[in-house]
Ligand binder design. Structure first.
Ligand code: ZN
Length: 228
């Protein structure tokens, strides 16, 4: 059967979603810290991220039927992206990086047109930065019943940083909660799970992604797994 890649390209154009792709670069702190990200390193849980590039990809749900139970739980709420072969990938800005070959564990896809509320617990003076990409809006910053106000207690800068104003906010080392709106984001979990095992390079590639979120109260087999 002749595979019609032009039809795939047209299908992606018509039904695909726009994604922002943040390519991950592995941080060497893992080597100094028994294979775990060093919390004192400035990286994002073991990865540094490049400036995002936009692509158009097909997005679909995950069929859990053929996945091991643990993987199914990690991927609950996740999705599958279908990446067309290089000749037909769209939205590429012409740089040497090619999404079809480059996509790997740790990369992040963000849907710029879709929002989601997330929460995180930060620690003053230790981590005053939100780890989500593309934060749209701070909804609240609180410690117990105390509510902190923008421009009176803190300023939100760089899209990630909570800057406490002098004499305001929780004491150094104290924890506080931030709730915010951000674009929906996915963490690339497995690029080979759906590999067809052939020499074909003209077929689209399906990759499995986990929802990238920072507070998940649902009990899972792998508790408190922090993604990216
Ligand atoms: Zn690091």
């Amino acid at each position: 059967m002749q595979f019609d890649s032009q039809k795939i390209a047209a299908h992606v154009q018509q039904h695909g979603v726009t994604v922002k792709y943040y390519q991950a670069r592995l941080c060497d702190c893992m080597a100094r810290n028994q294979g775990q990200p060093d919390p004192k390193c400035g990286c994002l849980n073991g990865f540094w991220y490049a400036e995002p590039k936009e692509y158009k990809l097909l997005r679909s749900g995950i069929n859990f039927k053929n996945l091991p139970t643990d993987a199914g739980r990690i991927l609950q709420g996740g999705c599958q992206f279908t990446i067309p072969p290089r000749d037909y990938s769209v939205g590429c800005d012409g740089e040497a990086i090619d999404l079809y070959d480059a996509v790997a564990f740790g990369d992040v896809f963000v849907l710029p047109n879709r929002n989601r509320k997330d929460r995180d617990i930060l620690q003053r003076g230790v981590r005053d930065e939100i780890r989500s990409f593309d934060v749209q809006q701070i909804l609240s910053i609180t410690k117990g019943l105390t509510k902190y106000l923008p421009d009176i207690d803190y300023k939100f800068t760089n899209g990630v940083s909570i800057n406490w104003l002098t004499g305001k906010g929780p004491a150094t080392d104290e924890f506080y909660t931030v709730e915010y709106l951000c674009n929906i984001q996915y963490f690339v979990w497995d690029t080979m799970a759906k590999d067809r095992g052939t020499d074909e390079t003209i077929l689209p590639k399906a990759i499995l992604c986990a929802l990238r979120q920072f507070v998940n109260f649902k009990v899972s087999a792998i508790d408190n797994l922090i993604l990216g």
